[in-house]
Write a protein that binds this ligand. Sequence first.
Ligand SMILES: Nc1nc2c(ncn2[C@@H]2O[C@H](COP(=O)(O)OP(=O)(O)OP(=O)(O)O)[C@@H](O)[C@H]2O)c(=O)[nH]1
Length: 276
Amino acid sequence: MLFGQVVMGPAGCGKSTYCFSLQQRALDSARNILIINLDPAAESYSYSAYADIRELISVEQVEEELTLGPNGALVYCMEYLLENFEWLEEILCGLLENDYVIFDCPGQIELYTHYSFMKDFTIALKQLGFQLCGVYLLDAQVLSDANKYLGGCLSALSTMLQLEIPHVNILSKMDLVKSDTSDKVVEEEEEEEEEEEDNFICPDMTQLLEALCVTAPKMFYRLNQALSQLIEDYSLTQFIPLNIQEPDCISFVFSQIDQAIQYGEDAEVRDNDILP
Ligand SMILES: Nc1nc2c(ncn2[C@@H]2O[C@H](COP(=O)(O)OP(=O)(O)OP(=O)(O)O)[C@@H](O)[C@H]2O)c(=O)[nH]1
């Protein structure tokens, strides 16, 4: 059994930095972190990559040869990767049991929300024996604006539904968040609650709705109410705050991802029992 994370999220939300932190912090753990860059437009990253899609194809190359724009070239590259999946298969075939693979994905969210590429990609990985978790990063600066927060939650939700794999959401760059800003939209768990829950950020949906209504015309009240409820129903209200300055943060993220994968496995067993 092989384990992996598919790291997704909008451009600049901190995906590569998160991958680098995983590699750094896991040096002393039993996991051997191998990072695969899947962004064919990546210019640089700080981690040491086990493999890089640009060895197969790059956006620059496609733009030049097929005279496509950056977005078209990116989609072309991702489709090319799927069509030539044996390239990745060869790289992954020599993995050992304690190898743990992180796929650092491009920042164009339409790849997860509009195209079927990422879903087909995860299906292909599962056929190789991978247990995967989708990790969706959102820049914590969305906390300062209810509309941005709602938009971020909806893109995370759309990604989760599209991929149908265990999923966790992470609020990145928490070191940049001042408590007064985060209080606008979210409130941290009460001190007396379970210690583990202190590591989550749980917005109060009533507070979110109120904040949305400040700028939205009255006619959108019921829409905003339904969207807030939708987010709550899908448990998207739980984000793992990631402050890469705190050493324990990465171990906590790992533990949540392990739990999500285990929960996914259990759910598969339950579904098989229920479905004819
Ligand atoms: N302060 C702070 N800055 C961060 C953190 N994570 C990322 N950054 C900065 O945010 C910028 C973007 O980070 P990346 O890790 O390249 O983001 P990305 O999501 O991989 O970006 P794309 O590859 O363009 O999609 C860089 O300047 C990072 O130094 C963080 O946790 N704290």
